[in-house]
Design a protein around this ligand. Structure first.
Ligand SMILES: CCCCCCCCCCCCC/C=C/C(=O)SCCNC(=O)CCNC(=O)[C@H](O)C(C)(C)COP(=O)(O)OP(=O)(O)OC[C@H]1O[C@@H](n2cnc3c(N)ncnc32)[C@H](O)[C@@H]1OP(=O)(O)O
Length: 281
C-alpha cells in the first residue's frame, strides 16, 4: 500500500499527533499527487538535537519507510537555522543515561536516513553546523539557500566526528577536501559549499529550493523503486553495517568522552564564548 493513499496519510497524521506530548517537533505533510513527504523540523529556536527531537525524527523515518514513502524533503520551520546540531546544553553537565540514549538515537537517525530505501533531499534553509550538516549529509541531495553556513565543526568544539560521519563527508566531497574540512572544523558559506560539492544546488528562496528538490525526486519516477533502493544499499551499505557492528562500543566511548571533565571544561568554554546569552539566563 503506497504511503500517498488517503488512508495511510490519515494513519500517519494520527500517529504523529499521538506520539508527541508537546506538539510535534517534526511536522510531516504529504503531497497527494506526487507522494513526496516533507518533514519540517520545528523545535524552537534552532532545531538543536535533543533526545526528544532525535526520537521524533527517528520515529518519523520509521513510519515513512513502513508506508513506502516515494521521496522525502527534509527542511526547517526556521528561516535562519536548518539545525544547530546536538543540543549543547544537554551535553553540558549531563545525565549519563540520557546522553547514552541521545547518542544511540543519533546513530538510529543516521542508519534510517542515510540508509533509507526512498530518495531524500535536504532543503537547507538556514545554518547547518555539525549535527545539522550530518542531517543534510544523510540525504542524497542538498539544496541550500544563500548566506548561511554548513559544515562539520566538531574539531573546533574539541572532538572528532565519528567514523560513519567522516565517511559520509568523504563520500560526498572526496578524501582530500574532507581532510581539510574536518581537521580544521570548517564551516562553509553557501557558495563555498557549492564549490566543493557539499551542496548540490543553491536557491534564492525556500519555494525555489522545494521546486529543485522535487525536480531531483522526480528523476526517479521511471526507475523501479526496488532497483533504485538496492543500488543505494550497495553504495551505502558498508557504512551502515560498520556502524551497526560498532554501535554499542561507540555509545560507551561517547558517554565516557562526554562525561570526562576535560571535555566538559572545553564545552563550557565553547558555550561561554558562543552561546553565552543563553547561559546567563
Ligand atoms: C568511537 C568514538 C566515539 C567517541 C565520540 C567522541 C565524541 C564525538 C562527538 C561527535 C558528535 C558529532 C555529531 C554532532 C555534533 C554536534 O552537533 S555538536 C553541536 C555543534 N553546534 C554548533 O557549534 C552550533 C552553535 N550555534 C551557532 O553557531 C549559532 O547559534 C547558529 C546555529 C549559527 C545560529 O546563529 P544565530 O542565528 O545568530 O543564533 P544564536 O543567537 O547564536 O542562537 C539562538 C539560540 O539558540 C541557542 N543555540 C544555538 N546553538 C545551540 C546548540 N547547538 N544547542 C543548544 N542551543 C543552541 C543559543 O544559545 C540561542 O539561545 P537564546 O539565547 O536562548 O536565544
Amino acid at each position: 500500500m503506497a504511503f500517498r493513499t488517503a488512508r495511510n496519510l490519515a494513519y500517519f497524521s494520527n500517529y504523529i499527533r499521538n506520539y508527541s506530548t508537546n506538539g510535534p517537533l517534526v511536522n510531516v505533510t504529504v503531497n497527494e499527487k506526487s507522494g513526496f513527504a516533507t518533514a519540517t523540523l520545528q523545535r524552537p529556536s534552532v532545531n538543536s538535537l535533543n533526545l526528544e527531537l532525535l526520537t521524533e525524527i527517528s520515529h518519523t523515518l520509521q513510519q515513512l519507510e513502513k508506508n513506502k514513502c516515494r521521496g522525502l524533503i527534509l527542511t526547517s520551520a526556521s528561516n535562519k537555522v536548518f539545525s544547530a546540531g546536538l543540543d549543547l546544553f544537554e551535553l553540558h553537565k549531563p545525565n549519563a543515561d540520557k546522553i547514552k540514549q541521545m547518542w544511540s538515537t543519533l546513530q538510529e537517525v543516521w542508519i534510517k536516513l542515510y540508509g533509507s530505501s526512498y530518495p531524500t533531499v535536504a532543503v537547507v534553509n538556514g545554518h547547518a553546523p555539525a549535527g545539522g550538516c550530518m542531517l543534510a549529509l544523510s540525504c542524497e541531495y542538498r539544496v541550500m539557500l544563500n548566506n548561511f553556513i554548513i559544515g562539520l565543526n566538531e574539531a573546533q568544539i574539541g572532538f572528532s566526528a565519528p567514523m560513519w560521519l567522516i565517511d559520509g563527508m568523504r563520500n560526498t566531497i572526496g578524501s582530500r577536501q574532507a581532510e581539510f574540512a574536518l581537521t580544521a572544523g570548517t564551516l562553509f558559506k553557501t557558495e563555498e559549499a557549492l564549490k566543493i560539492g557539499l551542496v548540490d544546488e543553491v536557491a534564492q528562496s525556500k519555494e525555489e529550493a522545494i521546486e529543485k528538490a522535487e525536480k531531483f525526486l522526480n528523476k526517479f519516477a521511471k526507475i523501479p523503486p526496488h532497483a533504485r533502493s538496492m543500488t543505494k544499499a550497495a553504495l551505502r551499505g558498508a557504512n551502515i553495517q560498520a556502524l551497526v557492528r560498532n554501535k554499542d562500543e561507540e555509545v560507551r566511548s561517547y558517554v565516557d568522552f562526554v562525561t570526562d571533565s576535560q571535555f566538559q571544561d572545553s564545552l563550557g568554554e565553547f558555550i561561554e564564548l558562543n552561546l553565552k546569552q543563553k547561559l546567563s539566563k
